[in-house]
Design a protein around this ligand. Structure first.
Ligand code: MN
Length: 144
């Protein structure tokens, strides 16, 4: 089965959805589910964060495999803030805090592979934030 590419990071008949239908802590980000196959037991999504936006600061048991497809930016993984550019690969291990933000004029677009069956993301408590903010680079980076 073919789903043709339409250009501009859109695919035929694939809706551009809100990043999450519940929760807070994110800004100017959309989600498209490219593959959602129970036989593969994984989902491939395309997320796009507009300049000035960011994904949730979160952690969870399930892991992420991320391919940057558009633009550049920075991401937090654990306690490290990493520069990311188009075609870079980012692995987010279990229970590591993570957040993605674009840098520059272009949106930051990335593919993100996850298990179909996965735990719900945890958002940071005030105590978690206090701990994260002990690291200066992390304190400057995170948005909640
Ligand atoms: Mn996540």
């Amino acid at each position: 089965m073919l789903t043709p590419y339409l250009g501009n990071y859109r695919w035929k008949d694939l809706p551009v959805k809100e990043y999450k239908t519940d929760g807070t802590g994110f800004k100017d980000i959309t989600r498209q589910v490219l593959f959602d196959d129970p036989d593969l037991t994984c989902q491939l999504r395309y997320f796009e964060v507009q300049p000035g936006g960011h994904s949730s600061l979160e952690r969870h048991e399930h892991v992420h495999a991320v391919l940057i497809l558009r633009g550049r930016g920075r991401c937090l993984v654990g306690t490290r803030v990493i520069e990311i550019d188009t075609f870079d690969l980012v692995s987010v291990p279990a229970f590591q805090w993570h957040q993605f933000q674009p840098v520059g004029e272009e949106p930051l677009g990335f593919l993100c592979l996850v298990n179909c069956d996965r735990d719900r993301p945890q958002l940071p408590t005030e105590a978690d934030l206090e701990q994260l903010r002990q690291i200066e680079k992390v304190a400057e980076f995170i948005k909640v």
